[in-house]
Write a protein that binds this ligand. Structure first.
Ligand code: F3S
Length: 391
C-alpha cells in the first residue's frame, strides 16, 4: 500500500496514539482487501452505540479511546442506541442499563461525534454528495447512500468507521472504486406499489442473490421505499448497494445487457412473507425500521386519526430521529394516542427481550433480526394490517 509522507508519520506515532491506532486498523484492512492507498472521506456514520450490543467491553474500549484523546476529524453521526434518552422509562429500561447507555452516548460526544442516534442520518443531518468517499457503518444507511446518493462506502463495522472518522481517511478498495459498483444481476420486479411490498422485495432479492449489486427494473422507489429495500436486502443478503433504472444516480453508468435477469413477483414476495411470520398474536408492535421520515409520520398519523386502540395488552412504539420527532408535533400528538414516538432508538437495539417475546413490525430487516438478536417470534405485515391487531 502506498502511504503519503504524512500518513507514514501518523503510522509512526508522530500525531499521537489515537491517530496511530486508527491508521493501523485502516492500513490492516486495506492490506487484507488489496487497497492501493488511503482516500480522504467527507463523513462517517458509526454503529456500535447500544449498550445492549457493545456491553461493558465496548464501554471500556470507548473510555480508553477518550482517555487517549481520540477525536474525529470529519463530520460523524451515531446509530440508534438502546433507549430513548429522555423517555427510557416508557421502554421498560432498567436504571443500570440507562446509566451505562448515557455514558456511552457521552463518550461518543467527547470524541466530537454528533450524537443524533439515528439510522437515517442522510435524512437531513449527515448528507453526503454524489461521488463523496465516506465511511459508514449501519447496513441500511450505507446501502442507501451508496445507491440513492452515489456516495462511496464499504460495509464498515463500528471500529473501522470510528478509525476512519478519527483519521479522516479510509482504505481505497471495494465500493470506493467505480469499477466495483457495477451491477451483477438484473431484477425484473413486478410488485404492488406499497411500502411493505418494497420491504418484501428487498427481503426476497437479498435471499435469492446473497450479496452482489442488483439492478432493478419495474419500480420507482422514493426515499421511504428505498430505505426499506436497502434495510431488507442488507439483512437478508448483505447487499451494500443497488441500482434502480431511471431513479438512482449511477444507473446509466454500466452496461447490463449481458447480465442474468431474475424475476421477482407475487410468489417470491409470498415466500418471503411466510418465512418471516412466526407469531399469530403479539405483545409489541414496533414501527420505524429504518427510522420514520416526516412523510411516514404524516401518513401514519392520517391512518390513525379518529381510530381507537382497544387492546391494552399490546404496546405500540414508533421509532424515529429526534429531528423528525421535533418537526411533526401534530403527528406525534395523534400517534401518541396509540403509543410513544421514540427517538434515538429502535426495537432491535433495545433490550426488548426482557419484556416481550412476540413482536410485530412492518420492516423485513427487523423481521430478520428480532428472532436472532431479541429472541422474538415475529409478525411482519403492512402497517394497516398491524393496526387491526389492536382495534
Ligand atoms: Fe435502524 Fe434499528 Fe432498523 S438501527 S434499520 S431501526 S434495526
Amino acid at each position: 500500500m502506498d502511504l503519503t509522507k504524512e500518513e507514514q508519520s501518523i503510522l509512526d506515532g508522530e500525531f499521537g496514539e489515537g491517530a496511530q491506532k486508527a491508521i493501523e486498523l485502516i492500513v490492516a484492512l486495506g492490506k487484507i482487501y488489496g487497497a492501493d492507498g488511503l482516500v480522504d472521506i467527507t463523513s462517517a456514520h458509526l454503529s456500535g452505540a447500544s449498550y445492549k450490543t457493545i456491553g461493558d467491553g465496548g464501554l471500556l474500549y470507548l473510555e480508553d479511546m477518550v482517555n487517549g484523546g481520540a477525536k474525529v476529524t470529519v463530520p460523524s453521526t451515531l446509530n440508534p442506541v438502546g433507549m430513548d434518552r429522555k423517555r427510557w422509562n416508557e421502554m421498560h429500561i432498567k436504571d443500570d442499563f440507562a446509566e451505562k447507555q448515557i455514558r456511552i452516548i457521552d463518550l461518543y460526544g467527547k470524541m466530537g461525534i454528533q450524537t443524533t442516534c439515528s439510522c437515517t442520518p442522510y435524512d437531513g443531518v449527515n448528507v453526503p454528495k454524489l461521488g463523496d468517499h465516506v465511511a459508514w457503518a449501519e447496513s441500511s444507511a450505507l446501502s442507501y447512500v451508496n445507491s440513492f446518493i452515489g456516495a462511496r462506502t464499504n460495509r464498515e463495522g463500528g471500529p473501522g468507521a470510528l478509525a476512519a472518522a478519527i483519521l479522516g481517511k479510509t482504505a481505497n478498495y471495494g465500493l470506493h472504486l467505480k469499477e466495483n459498483r457495477a451491477p451483477t444481476v438484473v431484477i425484473d420486479a413486478d410488485i404492488p406499489d406499497t411500502l411493505f411490498s418494497h420491504s418484501l422485495l428487498g427481503q426476497a432479492v437479498g435471499s435469492v442473490i446473497g450479496g452482489g449489486i442488483p439492478y432493478y427494473r419495474g419500480i420507482k422507489p422514493g426515499m421511504e421505499e428505498g430505505k426499506t429495500m436497502a434495510a431488507a436486502m442488507a439483512a437478508a443478503g448483505a447487499v451494500a448497494m443497488f441500482h434502480v433504472e431511471g431513479v438512482t444516480p449511477e444507473w446509466k453508468d454500466f452496461d447490463v445487457s449481458e447480465l442474468e435477469v431474475v424475476h421477482i413477483g407475487k410468489k417470491e414476495l409470498d415466500d418471503a412473507y411466510d418465512k418471516l411470520n412466526t407469531a399469530d398474536d403479539v405483545q409489541l408492535i414496533a414501527i420505524g425500521c429504518p427510522h420514520l421520515t416526516e412523510k411516514e409520520m404524516h401518513e401514519i398519523a392520517s391512518l390513525l386519526k379518529g381510530r381507537k386502540k382497544r387492546r391494552t395488552d399490546v404496546e405500540i412504539w414508533f421509532c424515529t430521529s429526534e429531528r423528525v420527532r421535533s418537526k411533526c408535533p401534530e403527528d406525534v400528538r395523534i400517534m401518541e394516542e396509540f403509543g410513544p414516538v421514540l427517538a434515538d432508538t429502535c426495537m432491535v437495539v433495545s433490550p426488548i427481550e426482557g419484556t416481550f417475546s412476540r413482536t410485530a413490525t412492518n420492516s423485513c430487516k427487523a423481521g430478520n433480526y428480532l428472532p436472532t438478536l431479541c429472541s422474538q417470534k415475529v409478525m411482519c405485515k403492512d402497517i394497516a394490517e398491524l393496526l387491526k391487531v389492536v382495534e
